[in-house]
Design a protein around this ligand. Structure first.
Ligand code: SF4
Length: 292
């Protein structure tokens, strides 16, 4: 791992994140050691290393906390998505505590904060998360099968640890968006739907894989495509699961499920903060996969 200073810690939101109503993204790290085979971040132009090395390198922003302390007033009350192209709770975070330091810097300025992660380490910072008036954790739980998880997300935390994190967040009163994005092959879609419904997340989002013919944007990557074939998982399977899940609770699809907690400032009229209806989003296609 490399540790080096960065120029910025809050970047103006773009693409689906902006469309969802966020003002800023915050990425304490560059790269991601969870190594998900479907990750769009590996295609980012700033990640110049070979795709085959995705998940094997990481840059920590040495001055992330100092930058956050300096620029937190600028993002006061606005919507922040942390993180869009890495996971803020990678194993390195356990000792570096960059995400924790950023949260501490933000608390006095009360942005509307979404933390996007698949890591149980997020529970370490519940004490800080509870100090935000508007906060939500988007927790990625992408399948019901540990073997499938290991194939697609070889270095990411086990599913049961994520469910345990979800329960801890729930006990702490933190709003949870359950991100089944992308929806990986499932062993028992009916049972998985019942499990999700029984947990009752505030928001649940599903999303199928997409092709972009090798261009940056919505490419799922060759390894993920191979795995989908291996597990014989098609768009039909995905839609079947989505329909089953909809029998139990309201389901958002793709980018429609990604919106910040709390009300939008009245001065911002570019995007409605009201969550779109499931019906309005079911056939909507997005231009960027929504995983982290
Ligand atoms: S999808 Fe998220 S957790 Fe997985 S490698 Fe990409 S940034 Fe990391």
């Amino acid at each position: 791992m490399e540790i080096r200073p960065a120029r910025s810690i809050f970047s103006a939101a773009t693409g689906f994140i902006r469309r969802g109503g966020y003002d800023w993204t915050c990425n304490p790290y560059i790269g991601c050691t969870y190594a998900c085979s479907y990750c769009y971040a590996m295609f980012l132009p700033q990640n110049r290393r070979p795709l085959s090395e995705w998940g094997r390198w990481l840059v920590a922003k040495a001055n992330a906390v100092a930058l956050a302390q300096r620029f937190a007033p600028k993002v006061a009350g606005q919507a922040i998505y942390m993180a869009s192209v890495t996971d803020p709770y990678l194993p390195a975070e356990r000792t570096l505590r960059l995400s924790r330091g950023i949260l501490e810097a933000l608390i006095p300025y009360q942005p509307r904060l979404t933390v996007q992660t698949r890591s149980p380490l997020v529970v370490r910072d519940i004490d800080l998360l509870r100090q935000f008036r508007y906060v939500g954790v988007n927790l990625s739980i992408t399948t019901d099968c540990e073997e499938i998880r290991r194939c697609f997300e070889p270095k990411a935390p086990p599913l049961e640890e994520r469910w345990a994190a979800a329960r801890s967040l729930r006990q702490a009163g933190i709003s949870i968006t359950l991100c089944i994005t992308p929806t990986l092959p499932l062993r028992d879609p009916e049972a998985f739907a019942r499990l999700i419904a029984a947990f009752g997340p505030e928001v649940v989002v599903v999303q199928d894989f997409e092709e972009s013919h090798g261009c940056f944007g919505a490419d799922t990557g060759p390894r993920a495509r191979q795995l989908l074939k291996h597990f014989d998982w098609t768009a039909d399977h995905y839609y079947r699961f989505r329909d089953i899940l909809q029998r139990y609770l309201k389901v958002y699809e793709g980018e429609a499920g990604f919106f910040p907690p709390g009300p939008r400032p009245s001065s911002d009229t570019t995007t409605s903060h009201s969550p779109p209806t499931a019906q309005s989003t079911q056939s909507r296609r997005h231009t960027l996969p929504l995983f982290s």
